[in-house]
Design a protein around this ligand. Structure first.
Ligand SMILES: NC(=O)C1=CN([C@@H]2O[C@H](COP(=O)(O)OP(=O)(O)OC[C@H]3O[C@@H](n4cnc5c(N)ncnc54)[C@H](OP(=O)(O)O)[C@@H]3O)[C@@H](O)[C@H]2O)C=CC1
Ligand SMILES: N[C@@H](CC=O)C(=O)O
Length: 359
């Protein structure tokens, strides 16, 4: 008999939909592993669909695939009402219902809230769910306690392993943004910033608003998660962050359409000059986070072309970890750092990892 892992998925964008597809396609693998992922609810920014009786029922696989189809076509989840045995809740009702289900399942069968949104609006419900003995698994970094640093890469798991062996980590330098890794490496080939940012968005690497990446905020959130893991007691405002666009192009001033259409073009020249200047010294630009002792900062650095970070291509993340054991030669973690498939696979691995917390 399989162990059931009940879950509610919040967010059916690129990552959330891919996660549902992975869950469905891994059914026989999971059956061999003695587990069954029971999806009892899914939500987007406007609605929640939840099995009529979350204790005994789940959303069937054909319905989960229908959710993926509808959401890829840009429809809201509420358009699926009438498809099967589930209830539909909207806006504030959704939060209340998730908390109800969490209260009911948290202490009985167990429940994981899986946050694949890109919103900080989920924080209150996540907090309440944890208080109700539920687990949380997050691709979303806005709650700042996510396990999602480096998309599907084993960054946090590796650091936890080093730290728990008593090996103190004293420095981390890394390119932790799939978007900015891709952007910086493509600029070397002479492409324009405006061109490569649009490609990164089309490839699914960027946040819904690419300014979340270009401002350095997405990297800063990941850096904060790592800095805290190393014991730094800091908040985001303690991190020095270099933004790649000026204040007058901030989301509060300029719409995303204007930014992508005209704002970005104004940034092309400056960054091209920086790329050319670095190249004269045999260097390349990389947007990195540097965490050491009690400091944490994120921004552009000129790095040797033939270093691990300098060789980075595409949306890879590269992280160099220096500790007592990895003193002269760092531990290097590298691989795809963005993309729906790899990120959803990482989320799925995190869900499977918490199976021991379910009865
Ligand atoms: N894509 C990647 O490579 C990586 C992404 N991540 C993280 O994964 C998360 C998801 O990314 P991605 O799928 O690309 O983003 P998308 O913008 O494609 O999807 C976001 C989803 O969240 C939904 N949503 C927004 N607010 C809420 C809310 N309050 N409650 C429930 N759902 C909500 C949106 O609803 P609606 O459909 O109605 O708009 C949408 O379905 C982000 O936090 C991102 O930082 C992490 C690592 C890599
Ligand atoms: N927008 C992010 C997605 C993953 O966190 C990135 O580019 O790294």
């Amino acid at each position: 008999m399989s162990k059931n892992i009940s879950l509610i998925l919040m967010g059916c964008g690129g990552v959330g939909r891919q996660l549902l597809q992975h869950i469905v396609s891994c059914r026989s693998l999971h059956a061999k592993q003695g587990i069954h992922l029971r999806v009892v609810g899914v939500s987007d920014s406007k609605s929640l669909l939840v099995a009529s009786d979350a204790f005994t029922m789940e959303l069937p696989d054909d319905f989960l695939l229908e959710v993926c189809r509808a959401k890829s076509n840009g429809a809201s989840l509420s358009t699926l009402s009438g498809y099967g045995e589930f209830q539909v809740f909207t806006n504030s009702e959704s939060t209340k219902k998730i908390v109800d289900v969490a209260a009911f399942l948290g202490k009985s069968t167990g429940l994981a809230l899986v946050d694949c949104s890109a919103s900080s609006d989920t924080i209150p419900v996540l907090t309440q769910a944890v208080d109700l003995d539920c687990c949380v698994v997050m691709a979303n970094k806005k709650p700042l306690t996510s396990t999602m640093v480096g998309a599907g890469l084993p960054v946090i798991a590796s650091l936890n392993r080093i730290l728990s062996s008593g090996d103190p980590v004293h420095r981390i330098i890394g390119s932790l943004s799939g978007t900015l890794g891709y952007v910086m490496s493509e600029l070397e080939g002479g492409k324009l910033l405006s061109q490569v940012v649009r490609s990164a968005k089309n490839l699914g690497y960027t946040e819904p608003d690419p300014r979340d990446d270009l401002s350095g905020m997405d990297v800063a959130r990941k850096a904060l998660i790592l800095a805290r893991l190393l014991g730094q007691r800091i908040n985001l405002d303690a991190i020095k962050i270099e933004s790649l666009y000026p204040e007058e192009m901030a989301p509060s001033v300029m719409s995303i359409e204007d930014f992508l259409g005209s704002g970005l073009l104004l940034l092309d020249k400056n960054i091209q000059e920086r790329v050319s200047k670095a190249s004269l010294d045999g260097k390349v630009l990389r947007y990195v986070c540097v965490i050491e002792d009690s400091s944490c900062e994120v921004g552009i650095q000129e790095l040797p072309k033939d270093s691990a970070l300098g060789r980075l291509r595409g949306s890879d993340n590269v992280l160099e970890v220096y500790s007592r054991c990895y003193k002269d030669q760092p531990l290097v973690i590298q691989g795809a750092g963005a993309g729906n498939d790899t990120t959803a696979a990482g989320v799925l691995a995190d869900i499977v990892d918490i199976q021991d917390l379910f009865p």
